[in-house]
Ligand binder design. Structure first.
Ligand SMILES: Cc1ncc(C[n+]2csc(CCOP(=O)(O)OP(=O)(O)O)c2C)c(N)n1
Ligand code: SF4
Ligand SMILES: [Mg+2]
Length: 351
């Protein structure tokens, strides 16, 4: 019943952020997901991150595919631009929107079925092209919306609620994102808001292809013993590489850490990511090391979380295509149509 609206009444004493909005202004409609669904916790983390970042809601475009996860943009950022696309096709619609208007912040929300099953090709090409976006997969290992079939991220040997064993090898979206050139790659857990909120903030300020795989238990179809995407399993096997603090561009730096325990990474927008390394040998700026670290720990049955890889000098598709600084949708006819003489010249140069 997504037509249900939340009461508009705001308590007058609610705290305002720097752009004059309360946290409630970043909410959406009342969620219709099952009570306890991990996806609702991710929506709450997105709301928190955008409010704390002082983002004006009209500067965000949220896009999704089809699935319980892809329904969630209805439940946050109710005043932002939104496009609920076709199953597995969010990345290409986001890429097009981004090319037409580079001035918005792009937030892609998808599911493991949406991105690793039907939409795998779209996911791969968006990562490969370096589209400037924060791409979040709400990964529960099943097709929740269509009643719990295994998705392509379900681990081999894991069991469905009815006891069926999954024989297929899983698609690891984090591994793929690393291999395909994404410049900000993280994994988190919907039940770990302390880790997830700064990861989302970092992704929104990144300036290139930022991907976060969030393990998000489906309480109705995939939260039993034998599942590797259940609350219990992830809590027992979570292996965090770092704890992340996000410091906005002009944020006052108040905390101090002992040298050797902290890595600081300045982002494209000037914000600072401060990573408290839990594993001192972990280097988040080494793509190959991140991949082998993850594979090694995965083989031991651990779910590695945190900011796994970051390239501080991320580039994006606009830079690669040398597009104009003015968004294409703001150019006038004169700039868009060079005239027949110039066109003739271009054609002649191609003959
Ligand atoms: C082209 C197409 N094929 C199949 C479906 C049916 N369908 C709807 S949602 C879905 C899977 C969603 O799984 P996921 O992306 O993991 O989202 P979840 O519900 O688990 O959050 C499928 C197969 C569809 N809507 N469109
Ligand atoms: S079916 Fe699963 S994924 Fe869908 S809303 Fe319910 S708990 Fe969440
Ligand atoms: Mg799913």
């Amino acid at each position: 019943m997504t037509y249900l609206a939340k009461p508009r009444l705001h308590h007058p004493s609610l705290t305002l952020n720097k752009v004059g909005y309360t946290r409630r202004d970043y909410e959406g409609r009342i969620s219709t997901l099952c009570a306890g669904c991990g996806h609702d916790s991710i929506s709450a983390a997105i709301i928190q991150a955008c409010w704390e970042l002082d983002i004006e809601p009209h500067r965000v475009a949220k896009l999704s595919g089809i699935g319980c996860s892809s329904k969630t943009p209805d439940y946050f950022l109710g005043a932002s631009h939104g496009f609920n696309t076709v199953h597995g096709r969010m990345p290409s619609v986001l890429t097009g929107a981004n090319l037409a208007n580079r001035d918005l912040l792009y937030l892609g929300v998808s599911g493991d079925g949406d991105s690793a099953s039907i939409g795998l090709g779209q996911f791969a090409n968006a990562m490969r092209r370096g589209v400037n976006m924060a791409y979040i997969v709400e990964n529960n290992g099943v097709y929740g919306l269509t009643k719990g079939q295994f998705s392509a991220t379900a681990d081999q040997g894991s069991r469905s609620k009815k006891g069926v064993v999954n024989n297929d090898s899983p698609v690891d979206l984090v591994g793929l994102a690393l291999q395909l050139g994404a410049t900000y790659v993280a994994r988190s857990f919907s039940g770990d808001k302390e880790q997830l909120v700064p990861l989302i903030k970092g992704a929104l300020g990144h300036g290139g292809a930022a991907f976060i795989d969030v393990i998000s238990p489906c309480v109705t179809f995939n939260n039993h013993a034998g599942s590797t995407k259940s609350y219990d399993y992830v809590r027992q096997h979570n292996e965090a590489v770092s704890r992340i603090d996000f410091l906005p561009q002009h944020g006052e730096i108040t905390t101090q850490y002992a040298p050797g325990e902290v890595v600081e990474v300045q982002q494209h927008d000037g914000s600072l990511l401060r990573l408290r390394k839990l594993h001192t040998d972990y280097d988040p700026t080494d793509r190959h090391a991140a991949l082998s670290y993850m594979n090694l720990h995965q083989a031991r049955g651990e779910v590695v979380t945190g900011l796994l890889y970051i390239d501080p000098v991320a580039t994006d598709l606009h830079l690669a295509l040398n597009t104009s600084d003015t968004p294409l949708n703001a150019l006038g006819a004169e700039q868009l149509c060079p005239g027949s003489q110039i066109l003739e010249k271009i054609n002649a140069s191609l003959r």
